[in-house]
Ligand binder design. Structure first.
Ligand code: THU
Length: 165
């Protein structure tokens, strides 16, 4: 059978990896610290996986949130969702500069960053489209390396947008 040579397109994802939070700027250290404080308030009796997020706004405020689970599992709210809901209810029109996300598990030591789930990427992606700048993402597990993405879009290339509607 004849093989058809197909030219493949490539998409590259760029991110920074830092070894410890000592390499972060003071602002980013503060933001990550707020995400880590927030995860301690997580309501996650089912997964025992605590997620905290903290958003730095262009007015200097930091707003945080955490995951809230439910016995009806699909009702669970991710930390990114509660954080965006808190930001937008209090500051409907304010820019978001960065969001830090951290996680902790009761079952094992999380020593790699956990990246936002697909639904949260979609949520954050549209927030970024309406934002004056890209939204930087700063991710760390309970310990281990820190990943920094310059834009939500880097985590959700080819995203679905309102332009199709
Ligand atoms: N979770 C988040 O809060 N954010 C994510 O991006 C992924 C998952 C939460 C949902 C659930 O409470 C727990 O982590 C396990 O999936």
């Amino acid at each position: 059978m004849k093989q058809v040579e197909m030219a493949m397109q490539r998409h590259e994802i760029n991110y920074q990896e830092l070894k410890t939070d000592a390499e972060l700027s003071a602002d980013d250290q503060e933001l990550l610290g707020k995400a880590k404080q927030a995860l301690l308030k997580s309501y996650s009796p089912y997964s025992r996986f605590q997620v905290g997020a903290a958003a730095r706004l262009s007015n200097g405020m930091i707003i945080s949130g955490f995951n809230i689970e439910n016995a009806a599992y699909p009702v669970c709210l991710c930390a990114e969702q509660t954080t965006i809901a808190a930001v937008r209810t209090q500051f409907p029109d304010t820019g978001i500069q960065a969001m830090a996300i951290s996680v902790k598990s009761a079952h094992h030591l999380v020593d790699q960053p956990a990246t936002p789930c697909g639904q949260c990427r979609q949520l954050l992606s549209e927030q970024e489209r309406n934002n004056p700048t890209t939204i930087r993402l700063i991710l760390q597990g309970e310990t281990g390396p820190i990943w920094i993405f310059r834009s939500v879009n880097d985590l959700l290339p080819f995203s679905f947008t309102g332009e199709w509607l």
